[in-house]
Design a protein around this ligand. Structure first.
Ligand code: TGC
Ligand code: FAD
Length: 392
């Protein structure tokens, strides 16, 4: 892969709206991605393997629990810092950002928000340091967009719960130490349970042959009469709103993350088009190529402003789920379109691993699907503005 020459576009001087702390966090994450992710990520994506050696670095830049209080090992940062870290990581690779999103928003967040003090003390510091890695089991083979239909279930056996079922498409599952699993009790009410590797009847087979998010490990969570200690139930919230609350936090991070992927594609295409000579001049001098670049920077700038405003609302605890859906949907769609256009600008070189664009483009096919598909988020906006539910 070519050396990482990334220069971040900031067409509207959005840096001026960031605090010194935001910029410090951003620079630390950006430097780390350049040093520890860019040089190795293409090789790991090609061999479809998660680069476990980056876990310590992710912890050091605060990517595991950026907004979790420091008393639990988190970085104690605000929501904009969290977003910026996701942007910088996804600038390197969406799969690496996935690992951080799952750890922070889908594992640490529910333990922090819905767990007991004992659970927080036991799990959060180890998750923040990367000593333990987590996964989040909501999706099932027959219940993806409609998690309310899940069939994974647990029975109260007096001194423990007995968990049965299966989850599919689970990021980090093949190597997770703990999984936050959503399952129905005997009354059909959804609860979160913390399942630990090593519990009898719990297995995590890896899913192979992905053309997308190849540097992220994806797999299943299978529960066959798993005895889960009663103290592993998350007691402080139940119902579908509990996992959906975690998704709000992860979707917010993705709205920022997608900007990173788009910035990398734009920056690569801009540099390439100024250097690549055809018909006696740089291809950046042709109107058709300028149209692509001008539209890319316009869309990136709009997405940056959307994410920043959403971050301000999140900091004030005023961001609605529907606002988060709009930003996730818009920014991922923006990024995937930019990746496709940028790839064309590199001609044949664009399909190779010499450049990051094709990898981003393939990764974004997952990002536009997980955490609620593009169409599901449109329906969330539709419901919000009309009051009419078009899901069912
Ligand atoms: P609905 O009846 O609308 O809601 C059920 C209850 O949940 C509440 N609620 C929310 N709470 C918090 N945050 C949200 N975003 C919420 N949306 C709804 C709601 O108020 C209600 O509460 P209550 O107290 O009245 O019971 O539920 P529904 O069954 O009609 O479904 C709505 C729908 C379709 C929007 C929802 O199911 C959905 O978002 N589906 C998409 C599923 C999804 O996003 N799955 C993601 C799996 S995890 C993942 O992909 C990780 S990828 C990780 C990575 O690698 O980065
Ligand atoms: P389906 O729900 O079957 O949807 C298929 C199509 O039908 C989509 O286009 C969808 O938009 C459309 N559709 C569905 N319902 C409607 C409707 N009412 N109206 C109109 N159109 C509709 N899940 C986890 O729990 N944890 C994870 O860590 C995780 N990581 C993932 C990692 C990867 C790489 C991928 C690909 C997925 C991951 N997922 C994870 C699962 C992801 O959240 C689901 O794939 C996603 O929610 C969609 O579910 P599905 O694949 O079953 O598609």
């Amino acid at each position: 892969m070519k050396p990482d020459l990334f220069e971040a576009p900031d067409y509207y001087n959005i840096d001026d709206l960031l605090s010194d702390e935001h910029k410090l966090v951003r620079d630390a994450a950006r430097d780390w991605v350049k040093r520890d992710v860019s040089p190795i990520i293409e090789e790991y994506a090609q061999k479809a393997e998660f680069p476990k050696q980056i876990i310590n670095g992710l912890a050091e830049i605060g990517a595991f629990g950026p907004y979790i209080p420091e008393e639990y090992g988190g970085a104690g940062l605000d929501q904009i810092s969290y977003g910026i870290i996701m942007q910088e990581i996804e600038r390197g690779d969406s799969g690496v950002r996935s690992t951080a999103s799952v750890q922070s928003s889908l594992v640490m967040y529910p333990i922090w928000k819905y767990g007991t003090e004992e659970q927080r003390q036991k799990y959060l510091p180890k998750l923040a340091s990367g000593e333990w890695m987590g996964s989040f089991g909501l999706t099932e083979p027959d219940h993806g967009s409609n998690p309310a239909g899940m069939t994974t279930n647990f029975k109260d056996m007096g001194d423990h719960y007995l968990l049965n079922g299966a989850k599919l498409w689970i990021s980090n599952s093949p190597f997770c130490n703990v999984a936050v699993v959503w399952a129905k009790n005997e009354e059909g009410r959804i609860h979160g349970l913390i399942v630990e590797r090593g519990m009898e009847g719990f297995s995590t087979p890896e899913t192979h042959n992905k053309w997308s998010l190849r540097a992220s490990a994806t797999g299943e969570l299978i529960f066959q009469d798993v005895k889960v200690p009663k103290e592993n139930l998350l007691p402080n919230k139940s119902g579908l709103g509990a996992p959906l609350g975690c998704l709000d936090s992860a979707r917010y991070g993705i709205a920022w993350g997608a900007i990173g992927a788009a910035m990398d594609c734009y920056d690569t295409a801009l540099r390439y088009s100024k250097e690549r000579i055809q018909f006696g001049k740089p291809i950046a001098g042709f109107q058709l190529q300028q149209k692509k670049l001008a539209e890319m920077i316009t869309e990136i700038t709009k997405a940056q402003l959307l994410a920043l405003r959403l971050g301000q609302l999140k900091n004030e605890d005023r961001a609605t789920s529907a606002q988060i859906s709009m930003a996730k949907r818009n920014n991922v769609d923006m990024a995937i379109k930019i990746a496709r256009e940028a790839r064309q600008m590199l001609g044949g070189m664009g399909i190779t691993g010499e450049y990051s664009i094709m990898r981003h483009m393939m990764n974004l096919e997952s990002v536009i699907t997980y955490e609620g598909t593009h169409d599901i988020h449109l329906l969330i906006t539709g419901l919000d503005i009309t009051g009419i539910n078009a899901f069912k």
